[in-house]
Design a protein around this ligand. Structure first.
Ligand code: 6R9
Length: 592
């Protein structure tokens, strides 16, 4: 189909929070943007204070902060005053256990109100917060809690029993486990008992803007997952980008479908909407076509932030599935996490009367960097333009290993000039890895992209082997390590193969140890082990047997060669496959 520029009406343009992104950039400074925040006495800054306390003390007190939709039909409205109250009480729970600044709290639960209370309470008490996916298996959970030396875990009894209990004693840093349910397993404290026994922590911890607030784990191509450090100051970027890219404002009914285990569900499913005084819809249930249309309609959602995998699944269900619903309240639709096909953008217009607005960012950037804002005309398929305060470039390496900017339409690595408030401050315990992400004053994103003559950015693919499956960023190494634990497996290689709905699916290739023969039973057994260890979101969909896997002379598995072969693509310049620290000069097929 022929995809044309989607032009915004003058009314839409003037109603937008950001009149003209190119114009707004010129007069913009982060210093001035600080007016959006309140701040603590003495120059301190705390995300929880900005997100709830200040609204709870003012005109926003009785406004719903969170509308919670339970899996089984419960519906609860929690006002800003109530949320601030609960968070202060939970901060008191932590203080009562002697926990405070310097300690680390992990969250492992579904999207229940306590998760939001715990995150805000911990920030208020000065702890660093790490949300994990409840769908993770025990292995990724344990690895992330070890790397971060977790001190407190908030979870459910079932998740604790299934995923933590077995190895808990091997993590000495973990002093306290609080389960949200009433009946706590041995060695755990119960949420209601703790909350009843605690005093509210009246004063917010006097955190400095540069104190660690959030640690989000993201995958790397090699080695362990990376703990990305974000500071309280990041809240300024959450505030501003939420307003400009998502049209958030006081009272706006907003639904972010992302789980807080993913950075999107924390930056834009918790902090940004609250800082902007919006009302967030939180749905406990997993994706379901009929349920989602009903929520958009019945909850009168005005701003919706979702992901291409979900959009594709809705598209697949057909337009009929949306029939009979009223979407007239919906003012702004946005997407993140994977390439948004032009068809998806246009489909938004057809079904909701509004196009989807693609946004681009990463765990490392902490907030939206490039976006199609409400006032902009949309080039379907483009990620949009850098927001005010953000400088982006497309770079390539010269023969003498320097960086230079590419011309319009040329593919290179998408890079950003550091300096915005939510830029990561480090990878936990991995200074060298952190430093490697920067060169010549640029942060190198690991994505390949192009910029056109009008300044729109277009995603091309990843420069490395990371896999994006249904929005999850998956490190092949972590999956390979789990496969290697199977006694029959001698070697494993994991790649992403294109998939119509999930974008990419995880596919594993294994070579067997002597004495083992390929069979359907063995395949199932290996896949079963991976699923148990890693959880369904990360485990390979399929495992194929190979006599041997392509390797470099130094013994590194050449995932990209495997992928090129699998997809029947040219194998390209294999010299680039030997190192993992340099982007390949050309995009790899199948990822865009
Ligand atoms: C927020 C988030 C980051 C990687 C990123 C890129 C991919 C994100 C995208 C996109 C194409 C977009 N990605 N947004 N690709 N178009 N609009 O996704 O963080 O999980 O760290 O993933 O996701 O490859 O580098 P994270």
């Amino acid at each position: 189909m022929e995809i044309q520029t989607i032009r915004k009406t003058p009314e839409a343009r003037s109603a937008a929070q950001l009149p003209d992104p190119d114009g707004a950039r010129a007069g913009f400074s982060w210093e001035q943007a600080r007016e959006m925040l309140d701040g603590l006495p003495g120059g301190g800054l705390n995300i929880a204070h900005e997100a709830v306390d200040r609204h709870a003390r003012g005109a926003g007190a009785t406004r719903p902060a969170l509308i919670w939709l339970g899996r089984d039909g419960d519906r609860r409205e929690i006002t800003y005053a109530r949320l601030a109250d609960d968070a202060s009480r939970f901060a008191g729970v932590l203080a009562r256990h002697g926990l405070g600044p310097g300690d680390r709290l992990y969250l492992l639960a579904g999207r229940v109100p306590e998760l939001y209370t715990a995150a805000l309470g911990a920030l208020r008490a000065g702890l660093a917060v790490t949300p994990l996916f409840a769908a993770f298996g025990p292995e990724p959970i344990r690895m992330r809690m070890e790397i971060g030396a977790a001190n407190v875990l908030v979870t459910t009894a079932a998740l604790y029993r299934r995923k933590v209990a077995e190895w808990r004693t091997e993590l000495p840093s973990l002093k306290l486990v609080i389960v949200i349910d009433d009946a706590a397993p041995e060695g755990c404290a119960a949420w209601t008992t703790e909350m009843a026994a605690a005093q509210k922590l009246e004063d917010c911890a006097a955190t400095d803007p540069e104190d660690t607030a959030l640690i989000h784990f993201t995958s790397g191509t090699t080695g362990r997952p990376k703990g990305v450090i974000h500071v309280h100051q990041a809240v300024l970027a959450h505030a501003l980008t939420g307003r400009y890219a998502l049209e958030l404002a006081p009272g706006v009914r907003y639904w972010c479908t992302a789980d807080p285990g993913w950075v999107t569900g924390t930056s834009y499913g918790l902090i940004s909407p609250l800082v902007n005084g919006a009302t967030m819809i939180v749905d406990e249930a997993e994706f379901d076509v009929a349920r989602w249309y009903r929520i958009l309609d019945e909850e009168a959602v005005e701003v919706w932030y979702t992901a291409p995998t979900a959009i594709r699944r809705l598209m697949r269900a057909g337009k009929k599935a949306a029939a009979g619903h009223d979407f007239t309240k919906l003012r702004h639709l946005a997407s993140v996490g994977e390439p948004l096909n032009p068809e998806g953008v246009v489909w938004g217009e057809e079904v909701f009367g509004r196009p989807f607005h693609d946004t681009w960012w990463q765990t490392e950037t902490g907030a939206i960097m490039i976006a199609n804002t409400a006032a902009m005309d949309i080039q379907p398929g483009s990620m949009g333009k850098p927001l005010p305060g953000i400088t982006a470039g497309i770079l390539r390496r010269t023969d003498d290993d320097a960086l230079e900017e590419c011309g319009p339409g040329e593919t290179g690595e998408l890079a950003l000039r550091p300096g915005w408030p939510s830029m990561m401050r480090g990878y936990l315990g991995e200074e060298a890895r952190y430093r490697k992400a920067f060169d010549e004053g640029w942060y190198l994103s690991g994505d390949l992209a192009q910029r056109d003559t009008e300044g729109f950015f277009w995603f091309v693919g990843r420069a490395d082997d990371l896999i994006k499956s249904a929005g999850h960023l998956i490190g092949p190494f972590e999956v390979e390590s789990a496969l290697m634990e199977h006694p029959a497996v001698a070697e494993a290689a994991v790649i992403g193969l294109p998939d119509e709905t999930a974008g990419e699916v995880v596919r594993a290739y294994v070579a067997l140890n002597p004495g083992h023969e390929p069979s359907a039973d063995l395949e199932q057994d290996i896949r079963g082990l991976a699923r148990k260890r890693l959880g369904p979101a990360v485990a390979p969909r399929e495992v194929s047997f190979r006599d041997n896997l392509p390797k470099t002379r130094s013994g590194k598995i050449m995932r990209r060669l495997l992928k090129a072969r699998e997809l029947g693509l040219p194998e390209g310049d294999t010299s680039t496959l030997e190192t993992e620290d340099k982007p390949a000069p050309t995009p790899q097929g199948g990822t865009a």
